[in-house]
Write a new protein. Structure first.
Length: 230
């Protein structure tokens, strides 16, 4: 996710009756804006005697492409359930965008064939998403060259992928380990291949980033994803 400048128009965010989230100690609480003044914001809150005065909290406004985080400080916590929170306005805002594709770390050997080359070579796949992968290898790949890759994912051996080299970081010193690193962007994937990648990635994401999923998606959607067949 990428952070942007703080010049976002707060008038489009801080409106009475609008629902958003309060991020508190790493957890999200759904709230409603009950009132907005020049220096304060009043939001609903169902807790009691928490959070304490002076603690920093963020108001988050989620949308499909990401979310806007508005930084505040608690002036008065909830004295009884439903009392609400009085927050100090700060005009400090970050707009964050979700990645188009989730990326997970991997450690697999794949076969790479560069268009026009006589034979394929092996490479280490270090991360993977539905949009592409990063590899490490001894071989040097021409930038923008077309490549065909064969990978063996769990429960999906012999997966065929096509793509293009979009960036690279080439090492010069001789090492015992592959020191050429390249990013490959996929193209022309079949529906079956894209589905196999998606199922594998969601399984890895559920295992390694459960809190990130809960924060980005409604609980019911996360539950549906967990129930999908692998």
């Amino acid at each position: 996710m990428k952070a942007f400048a703080q010049s976002f128009d707060t008038l489009t965010l801080l409106q009475k009756g609008r629902r958003c989230f309060v991020r508190l100690m790493g957890r999200l609480h759904q709230v409603e804006i009950l009132g907005v003044e020049d220096k304060t914001i009043w939001v609903s809150f169902h807790g009691k005697n928490y959070p304490v005065e002076g603690i920093g909290v963020d108001l988050e406004f989620h949308r499909d492409t990401g979310y806007v985080s508005y930084h505040t400080r608690v002036l008065r916590g909830a004295s009884h359930p439903g009392d609400g929170l009085l927050l100090e306005r700060s005009e400090s805002i970050e707009e964050r965008h979700h990645r188009q594709s989730w990326r997970v770390s991997t450690d697999m050997v794949v076969a790479v064939h560069v268009e026009g080359a006589p034979r394929a070579f092996s490479a280490r796949m270090v991360n993977l998403s539905t949009g592409g992968m990063a590899i490490q290898t001894y071989a040097r790949l021409p930038l923008h060259s077309a490549v065909a890759i064969q990978a063996d994912l769990p429960n999906q051996p012999g997966l065929h992928l096509q793509g293009r080299v979009v960036h690279g970081k080439e090492g010069t010193a001789l090492t015992r380990n592959p020191n050429q690193q390249y990013g490959i962007k996929f193209s022309g994937l079949s529906k079956e291949t894209a589905r196999a990648l998606t199922y594998y990635l969601w399984g890895r994401i559920r295992e390694s980033k459960p809190e990130a999923l809960k924060a980005l998606y409604p609980r019911s959607k996360v539950r549906r994803l967990k129930d999908r067949p692998s």
